[in-house]
Write a protein that binds this ligand. Structure first.
Ligand code: PGA
Length: 240
């Protein structure tokens, strides 16, 4: 929740103008809901996709304040973030609700960008894998492992989001490999194809070493995406 309508327009225009189309990576911008129509217009003739920052778990009805998947699809969205840690922590979204939002996204042909990750306390208590297991299990139970065929997972350690404290490439790689192995236990083919993004203080300076890790397939960029120059530099780092 940053910026204004004008600032968002300028930012997206600057990103589109500075991007070199590259078949090696896919770029998606997920602005606030209210800026989606403007963003759709600016992105229309570009290679950049459009996504939302959340999606309602219900398809229609009396759910004041929520935005339904078909509304997002109608605006041109093809992706929806679900389970961002701020939604989980600040707005009490449970694993079960996040799994329902994941399912709703897929019902409307939006690819869920499913965020998982542990807090600092959980990491220090050695509970990272248990926390991830719970978060993943909610989707396995609700949707089945095959749901990950058309989804993206974003590993976002809560302690690294907006803090300037990035996971080391080794820490990110370790967790990404773990996530892939958990999906592989259910469906090896899906796990091999699955894109797992890293998010949490990705910057131009650290992007390349993170993206070089074998199980890190890209990034979910927060603060650094607010400056076109930084975001473009990170995209460039993704070309590895
Ligand atoms: P950050 O945010 O890049 O500013 O840490 C990531 C996120 O909000 O997903």
């Amino acid at each position: 929740m940053n910026g204004s309508r004008e600032r968002t327009r300028e930012l997206i225009r600057a990103i589109v103008a500075g991007l070199q189309p590259n078949p090696n990576y896919e770029i998606v911008i997920c602005p606030s809901f209210v800026f989606l129509p403007d963003a759709a217009e600016t992105l229309a003739a570009s290679c950049v996709g459009l996504g939302a920052q959340n999606v309602c778990d219900q398809d229609q009805g009396a759910y004041t304040g929520e935005v339904a998947g078909d509304m997002l699809a109608e605006l041109g969205c093809r992706w929806a973030i679900v389970g961002h840690s701020e939604r989980r922590q600040l707005y009490g979204e449970t694993n079960a609700l996040v799994a329902s939002r994941f399912a709703a996204a897929q019902r409307h042909r939006l690819t869920p960008i499913f965020c998982v990750g542990e807090t600092l306390e959980e990491r220090e208590a050695g509970a990272t894998e248990a926390v991830l297991d719970e978060q993943l299990r909610a989707v396995f139970d609700h949707q089945g492992a095959q749901a990950f065929r058309s989804a993206i997972i974003a590993y976002e350690p809560v302690w690294a989001i907006g803090t300037g404290r990035t996971a080391t490439p080794e820490q990110a790689q370790g967790v990404h490999a773990y996530i892939r192995s958990r999906v592989a236990e259910h469906d090896a083919g899906t796990a091999a194809e699955l894109r797992i993004l890293y998010g949490g203080s990705v910057k131009p300076e650290n992007a390349q070493t993170l993206f070089e890790q074998p199980d890190v397939d890209g990034g979910l960029i927060g603060g650094a995406s607010l400056q076109a120059e930084d975001f473009l530099a990170i995209c460039q780092a993704g070309n590895c």
